[in-house]
Ligand binder design. Sequence first.
Ligand SMILES: [Zn+2]
Length: 304
Amino acid sequence: MRHLHLGKLLLVVFSLLLACTVSARKPIKTLLITGQNNHNWQVSHVVLKQILENSGRFDVDFAVSPGQGKDMSGFVLDFTPYQLVVLDYNGDSWPEETNRRFLEFVQNGGGVVIYHAADNAFSKWPEFNKICALGGWEGRNENAGPYVYWQDGKLIKDSSAGVGGSHGRQHEYVLNGRNKVHPIVKGLPVKWRHAQDELYDRMRGPGNIQDILYTAYSEKETNGSGREEPLVFTVDYGNARIFHTMLGHAGPTPEDNIAMQCTGFQVLLLRGAEWAATGKVTQKVPKDFPTETSCSLRKNYKEN
Ligand SMILES: [Zn+2]
């Protein structure tokens, strides 16, 4: 009898300990919006979910829109269950009600991650362009706002006429840190080598960058701008926490997807997403982060 009671007691204590451990880090409820993109969203949205969920920190639901040109009226989204919205969408306008609810979510301090070509979307929606700070293509030019680049230790806003958004050929390049204290980048190398990817240049918009985290030099030799381009930053938009990364052009398959397999891309996504959702970053600096001279890949989208 005594043994049985002791056994039961231990079981109860063990269960309580387990419950405490689990509740100490409840996954961040995340909504990933996709379904239309001039990119391979069929690969990117699955891979983004894997990166986020493999960390054990996020629980990702998809909102997949109807295809391009189809009836969008039923694509009305409920943001209320979520702490974080990840945008992997570049396509037809959402219904007015979804736009209204999205702005409500963001303006009430919601967390947002703008990923790669999501900043191409909705060039004619001024409020969306403020949420991105910078965007490209889709008819953008000087009317979308200044071309913002880094020079002499600060961001320059150049309002002269020109295209909004372009990139040269894909290549490996070094990211240059411009902030050492922001939680997203604290402890990460100031310079690190990104695996082969596009390097967005000549991006335009309201330019309301809050903290510029990383820039990269867009060489003329790769058909770039000859400027130091802002690629990873946070956005100044009321109470919202918005993390914008222009990295991570999707490949043809999850296995053949080098830009998203880059450890630097994945770590910044995870840290940016946690910060956007909570205002903090509790992740350690990983040992497999790229250095200035060598790339590092997580081909299975998880920490080794
Ligand atoms: Zn791309």
